[in-house]
Design a protein around this ligand. Sequence first.
Ligand code: KG4
Ligand code: ZN
Length: 336
Amino acid sequence: MSVYILAIESSCDDTSAAVIQDRKILANFIANQAIHKDFGGVVPELASRAHQQNIIPVIHKALANANISKKQLNAVAFTNGPGLLGSLLVGASFAKTFSLGLGIPLIPVNHMEAHILAHFIEDARQQEPPSFPFLCLTVSGGHTQVMLVKDYFDMELIGQTIDDAAGETFDKAAKIMGLPYPGGPLIDQYAAKGDSRAFRFPYPSVPGLDFSFSGLKTSILYFLRDRLKEDPDFIEKNKYDLSASIQHTIVGILMKQLKKASRETGIRQIAIAGGVSANSGLRQALLDEQEKGDWKVFIPPFEYCTDNAAMIAITGYFKYLKKDFSSLDISPFTRY
Ligand code: KG4
Ligand code: ZN
């Protein structure tokens, strides 16, 4: 008998609902919140309000598209953290009500574990999942971490950013260049037309397997401040080369630590997750390593990289198999 789960993701600024049948996604919808563009970043109060407006329509759409009635659902899974508290509360409250109303189990899901377990979604566009153990670089707007994944729910954090996240660095660099939020995808597009060696930015020296991006952000800021004094049109004239050089540096920092993690653990199955895994420079750098015969890399389809409920659904499915359910008094957490 198949297991059907409704999953909800509302940790940041995207409201998403998915329906899974065992490991197959039947529907996965995301309502993006355009409102934050005007503010150059996610405004928590606006995000939670928009989740309230979006959650019912998104869930209706997911159920209708999956052609599933509420009565067929075996459980409801939701993101319990980390994330913005007000945003998480919307998804959590909805999931609790749904669980209570239908008399089905409630499954809280860790957003960061879910990014990693997205590799296990059964999808024609997705390669066979990695076998255990593997390393996963999770890079998003809020996180940069390398996890040693020993089993579905046995993960060891072996490296993480000590300041900014990789996606945050893309977005802040874009903001300094006057590009709209979120700037990561735009830097990626511009980088394709530029010379990645046109400008050099320093690499941080961080002990162990951790990452640091705040020095890069500051050096971009000072570099552009000085160049703009000489030529007010410097950014506009050099936006492609600047984007390519910034992307090259961020990817270089990520790859340096990832290679070190692989050397130190002896693990050569490397997966990526999180919004920044959509970045073409990062994807290429990983594929280059695979080409050299050093690694086997796992890159999920784009819609499973950025925040989405499909990853909550697959994680919920594995928890369902373990009967890892929660009572209604559970409350969201904001930090990993
Ligand atoms: O995982 P995600 O959707 O949300 C968070 O949990 O943060 O990641 C969003 C982040 C943003 O910082 C965005 O700029 C970045 O991922 N991003 C990219 C690209 N696509 C999304 N960064 C660089 N290149 C891209 N193509
Ligand atoms: Zn995320």
